[in-house]
Design a protein around this ligand. Structure first.
Ligand code: KG4
Ligand code: ZN
Length: 344
């Protein structure tokens, strides 16, 4: 049994956690930065990096203190080394290197996407490889076949915006606050999801890729037309995203008949309509559906410590020269897709 300290700082959550290789979350803390970014309607990278610098030392001390663990008792220090906002990634990775160096412990440089991809195994011991993972967050929208530790086949990505980005932009267009996803979901509950005709980009296309930019433009036109209530626009938008996610995920399941479960992760997985539509899809295909609890779906350090524990166990440790990476695809073999804003 090993004990891993994990650090996450790739976007706007600062987080630290202690997790064991036998799935015990000994202590964890997540500090959001919503208030700092709210005036700008989105994450400002420079503000995020500075906030990580201010918050991280206390978080690490709190996690160790709560667990009653000294750094000397930790087996390895794991940190997100990318992909993400590079300033923030550097803050967490450099902190981890300092802790590892001072305590004479190995460093594990974790791919943030691998953290999300392996997170369901932390709470679902019965889950077996391979499984199909729909990763939907503010920065990512991907379908991955998770075949084993370090073995990920990317079946699809977005050719423009991520699903969470679409929620955030729609929230902005409707005058709702940041972060936009929860605000749009609340407003959608008061609206008619069939009221506003909106496109379902790429639905029915052969490869299971995503596209949300056209949907956002259609929301803008619907708003400016003055014909619809904001509640009806929010509900119709959310329904369009649900339809896209279900169609694309269904297509991916056809491409990986060996998948033993459908798994969803990322902040957008907090959305109730999306969760129930994916539950129905998995049921229709005779597969178990696994959605980690919300705290594990959104960015956190427990998933980084857990991925670190699995890598440490497999002997996959890194040198202190491990680079921070803004881009770091989980599947380097994945085909490039057309579109300007392809993420990771
Ligand atoms: O995984 P996450 O915490 O951070 C990264 O982007 O990595 O995801 C945040 C994203 C934001 O775009 C937010 O608007 C979206 O997840 N989100 C939601 C909901 N809660 C959060 N989107 C739709 N419905 C929600 N209830
Ligand atoms: Zn994330």
């Amino acid at each position: 049994m090993s004990l891993i300290l994990g650090i996450e700082s790739s976007c706007d959550e600062t987080a630290a956690a202690l997790v064991t290789s036998d799935r015990r979350i000994v202590a964890q803390r997540v500090a959001g930065q919503e208030a700092a970014h709210r005036p700008y309607g989105g994450v400002v990278p420079e503000i995020a990096a500075r906030a990580h610098v201010e918050i991280l030392p206390d978080l690490v001390a709190e996690v160790l203190g709560e667990a009653g663990v000294r750094l000397a008792q930790v087996d390895a220090v794991a940190a997100t080394a990318g992909p993400g906002l590079i300033g923030g990634v550097m803050v967490g990775l450099v902190a981890a290197k300092g802790l590892a160096l001072s305590a004479g412990k190995p460093l594990v440089a974790v791919n943030h996407l691998e953290g999300h991809a392996l997170s369901p195994l932390l709470i679902e011991p019965a889950l077996a490889f391979p499984y199909l993972l729909l990763l939907v967050s503010g920065g990512h929208c991907q379908l991955l076949s998770v075949e084993g530790l370090g073995r990920y086949r990317r079946l699809a990505t977005t050719i423009d915006d991520a699903a969470g980005e679409a929620f955030d932009k729609t929230a902005k267009l409707l005058g709702l606050g940041y972060p936009g996803g929860p605000a749009v979901e609340r407003m959608a509950a008061q609206g008619d999801s069939g009221a506003v005709p909106l496109p379902r980009p790429l639905v029915g296309s052969r490869d299971p890729h995503f596209s949300f930019a056209g949907l956002k433009s259609a929301v803008l036109r619907a708003r400016d037309s003055g014909r619809w209530r904001a509640e009806d626009i929010a509900a119709s938008f959310q329904q369009a995203v649900v339809d896209c996610l279900v169609d694309r995920t269904g297509r991916a399941l056809e491409a990986v008949p060996e998948a033993r479960a459908l798994v969803v992760a990322g902040g957008v997985a907090a959305n109730g309509a999306i969760r129930s539509a994916l539950t129905a899809l998995a049921e229709a295909r005779g597969l178990p559906f696994v959605a980690p609890p919300l705290w594990l779906c959104t960015d956190n350090a427990a998933m980084i410590a857990w991925a670190g524990a699995l890598r440490f166990k497999a002997g996959l440790i890194d040198g202190l020269d491990a680079p921070a990476r803004a881009r770091w695809p989980l599947d380097p073999e994945a085909e490039k897709v057309r579109g300007a804003g392809v993420k990771a």
